[in-house]
Design a protein around this ligand. Structure first.
Ligand SMILES: [Zn+2]
Length: 108
């Protein structure tokens, strides 16, 4: 379930990005494939939406909440909120775990 290896951190701008990227979408620097993500990620919810009618692939997950999180290093990452939690814009969140299919799962 935990797939930390799917993600890594850009050394140039500290953005958290999918490992499949060869170039950082945030700063356009080439990515060092050996860079790893920090153990702890904290930030603030800047936007969110709850998906009630999901694409086929995620149908069994619905309803689920997608959050845009501004991390403490001032980069943005998209993820989900832990199932059952209610999002509030501006509330603090921390990384709960990484999911292979859904990316970072945050908890308030
Ligand atoms: Zn970067």
């Amino acid at each position: 379930m935990t797939t930390k290896s799917e993600w890594r951190q850009c050394e140039a701008c500290t953005a958290i990005i999918l490992r499949e990227h060869a170039v950082c979408p945030n700063c356009n620097e080439e990515i060092d494939a050996t860079a790893d993500i920090p153990k702890e990620l904290t930030g603030t919810i800047t936007a969110f939406t709850t998906i009630h009618i999901a694409p086929e692939k995620y149908r069994e997950d619905a309803p689920y909440t997608v959050v845009l999180v501004r991390l403490d290093n001032n980069t943005n990452v998209m993820g989900r909120l832990l199932h059952g939690q209610s999002p509030v814009q501006g509330s603090s969140v921390h990384l709960d775990y990484f999911s292979a299919e859904n990316g970072p799962i945050f908890s308030v």
